[in-house]
Design a protein around this ligand. Structure first.
Ligand SMILES: [Zn+2]
Length: 226
């Protein structure tokens, strides 16, 4: 049985109140192909959407795209490292409130910007009621998923990678790193950093190849059946 594939697309945001062309293309492609993906929204770059934007996001959400929180500010001064549980919890909750109250879509999953997390993040994830935590573990000796925190549903980062650098997809990288025997692979990608048509060509080749491996695509909540 090939692994389930969970696409983790980071840094969903608005561009001065409009959609970024790359995000529209990326999400429309996933929907058109009948696949699914997770889109990690940066809260403070998604505020004050127009009615048309809300309708578009809701349509994506109804057609295989799971939106989740990817921090409130995405500051390079990490939101989820070296900060109190209370502050980290509030940064998760702000984005949850925006998606749930303004966009009127669920926000049950979370991935930290830069994947920079610590034990306090584990407590914040639990306090905020996050249902699925993406890249809770990612092989840097960090283990925020402690028994005292005990969020049940989390996805680890594995060695399966599509990007040779942030926003640079590569079929050969995927083929070299693909872990065919894992139950799932959660694959990170940054659509807004696709710089040219060559990047789109590689990305589409990656999707085609995963489909030919027999992989089933799941959103994080789908994977856990919640
Ligand atoms: Zn990010």
């Amino acid at each position: 049985m090939p692994p389930k594939v969970i696409i983790k697309a980071d840094d969903y945001a608005l561009n001065n109140g409009a959609q970024y062309a790359n995000w529209t293309r990326f999400l429309d492609d996933i929907v058109t192909r009948g696949l699914s993906a997770w889109a990690g929204a940066i809260g403070d770059r998604c505020v004050a959407p127009s009615a048309a934007i809300i309708t578009q996001v809701q349509a994506w959400e109804s057609n295989g795209i799971e939106f989740g929180g990817h921090g409130w500010t995405h500051s390079p001064v990490y939101e989820f490292k070296g900060r109190s549980i209370g502050i980290q919890t509030s940064h998760i909750r702000e984005t949850q409130r925006l998606l749930e109250d303004v966009y009127e879509i669920p926000c049950r999953s979370f991935a930290a910007p830069y994947n920079e997390v610590e034990v306090n993040t584990g407590h914040a994830v639990k306090a905020a009621g996050v249902a699925v935590w993406l890249f809770a573990k990612w092989g840097q000796g960090l283990d925020p998923v402690t028994p005292s925190v005990a969020i049940t549903n989390y996805l680890s980062r594995s060695t399966t990678e599509i990007e040779t650098a942030t926003g640079v997809p590569s079929l050969s990288k995927l083929q070299q790193t693909f872990e065919a025997t894992r139950p799932y692979v959660c694959i990170q990608v940054h659509p807004n950093s696709f710089a040219n048509e060559a990047a789109w060509t590689e990305w589409n080749a990656c999707l085609d190849w995963l489909v030919t491996q027999g992989c089933e695509f799941k959103t994080p909540c789908e994977y856990f059946g919640i």
